[in-house]
Design a protein around this ligand. Structure first.
Ligand SMILES: Nc1ncnc2c1ncn2[C@@H]1O[C@H](COP(=O)(O)OP(=O)(O)OP(=O)(O)O)[C@@H](O)[C@H]1O
Ligand SMILES: [Mg+2]
Length: 233
């Protein structure tokens, strides 16, 4: 099971939008996906509850999930949507289970400042520092023509971390959030610009899956992480 941790301590950075759209993208590719929603606001869980039955199933993992059902579903991917105040112990635990961390960042000085501190903390983690877990930066709601988008881009370059994609600001995302769907599940004519923006993320994930398969000794085990090991208040 390939585990994608989506994290940023800044509220509204685009974590749930990224988590739900990645899940929809993988489901559209006939992959079995489970979302572990660690946010009390339950944005991803509520999104799943609104998901039309006709779309490929995505499982949600909440306190109430039947673990037997989850094991039988045999997820190939886990997407972990986190909340803004992730405790250090939980971060460490989740990093020990994740294959990659995606960090969405809004083009805003406040968001850049908060993310800079977070990236330092991430970098100090042995799993990140040792190279087992890759970090990928994502520009959220970014209009490349704006000056602040260029500042976000310079911040990303200075961090030395891989910049994976810039997701444009689009009304399609709140619409997908409302309808329990993803940009991968809308009619193509409406989503072309978005799908182009997402393509580098799809390619990066493919490369990371290949990398994790090759790193035989560094692979996390395939058991499901335990919610009870987290200290979420
Ligand atoms: N690319 C985008 N275009 C337009 N709106 C967006 C985009 N990305 C996110 N949004 C909107 O921005 C708001 C915040 O996004 P989201 O809820 O995904 O952030 P979050 O990091 O999960 O927030 P929280 O920290 O509260 O969990 C939402 O209303 C969402 O619909
Ligand atoms: Mg959220």
């Amino acid at each position: 099971m390939f585990t994608i941790l989506v994290a940023n301590p800044k509220g509204g950075a685009g974590k749930s939008t990224l988590s739900t759209n990645i899940s929809g993208m993988l489901a559209a590719l006939k992959q079995r996906v489970v979302i572990m929603d660690l946010d009390k606001q339950q944005s991803a869980t509520n999104w799943l509850a609104r998901r039309p039955d006709a779309l490929p199933r995505i499982m949600s993992w909440t306190e109430e999930t039947d673990m037997g059902e989850l094991r039988a579903f045999a997820p190939q991917w886990m997407v972990i949507d986190t909340h803004a105040r992730l405790r250090r112990a939980d971060r460490t635990y989740l990093l020990s289970r994740a294959n990659v961390v995606l960090v969405p960042v809004n083009p805003s000085v406040f968001d850049i400042e908060a993310t800079a501190k977070f990236l330092l903390k991430l970098h100090q983690d042995p799993n990140v520092h040792g190279g087992r877990v890759a970090i990928g930066l994502i520009g959220s709601r970014t209009d490349s023509r704006t000056r602040i988008a260029q500042e976000l881009s310079s911040f990303f370059q200075r961090s030395g971390l891989p910049v994976i994609a810039y997701i444009p600001d689009s009304v399609l995302y709140p619409q997908c959030a409302r309808d329990g769907t993803s940009i991968y599940e809308l009619p193509r004519g409406r989503t072309e610009q978005q799908l182009d923006a997402w393509q580098p993320l799809v390619s990066w994930l493919k490369a990371e899956v290949a990398r994790s398969r090759e790193a035989k000794n560094a692979k996390p085990d395939n058991t499901l992480p335990r919610r009870s090991d987290l200290q979420i208040a």
